[in-house]
Design a protein around this ligand. Structure first.
Ligand code: ADP
Length: 164
């Protein structure tokens, strides 16, 4: 068995920024588990099942990628996998403080686990799930920012929402 990384997040929804990180991680690791957090406290546009489905479809051409949902502590979930590393993406300095804190919190919870950061791709630094939802909600074009299947899901989801 090779080296596996767990890439955790909300993925509400998965964007091309996430896909780029996963593709580049596969150059370093033998496999990536995309672990989608089922966190009731965090309000999401898409249900956990929708988020998993979209990610699976978006990543179906990448063999060594598995998409799963998890709830509870990330370190507990990672322990149950064969992963050795937590993977996170970094955009501008604004990501740094939160990521720095989480990496150390997770290290504090499990000394054997390390978090590895991959810098955002130059074409993706401005993409976040939040801004993609905002733009799509206002009728803007998100093609090129998210996988095609996600653009379809966004359109469907935002169309059936009652307008004010
Ligand atoms: P969370 O809600 O846990 O921050 P996200 O789904 O927003 O989860 O993001 C998961 C990870 O991917 C985070 O480490 C985030 O910084 C990173 N990420 C999100 N968008 C991008 C992007 N465009 N480029 C690089 N990394 C990104």
């Amino acid at each position: 068995m090779g080296r596996i990384a767990v890439y955790p997040g909300s993925f509400d929804p998965i964007t091309n920024g996430h896909v780029d990180i996963i593709a580049r991680c596969l150059e370093i690791f033998d496999g990536v588990i995309v672990a989608i957090a089922d966190n009731a406290q965090k309000k999401s546009l898409f249900t956990i099942n929708e988020r998993v489905k979209m990610a699976k479809l978006a990543l179906q051409d990448m063999p060594d990628v598995v998409v799963e949902s998890f709830s509870g502590l990330l370190v507990d979930y990672v322990k149950k996998t064969n992963a050795t590393v937590i993977l996170r993406g970094l955009r501008a300095t604004s990501d740094f403080e939160y990521e720095f804190q989480m990496a150390h919190m997770n290290k504090n919870l499990n000394r054997k686990l390390d978090t590895l950061f991959m810098m955002t791709g130059k074409d993706y630094f401005f993409i976040s799930s939040r801004t993609v939802k905002e733009v799509a909600g206002l009728g803007g074009d998100v093609n090129g920012l998210v996988p095609g299947i996600v653009a379809e899901y966004l359109e469907k989801k935002l169309k059936i929402r009652p307008s004010k």
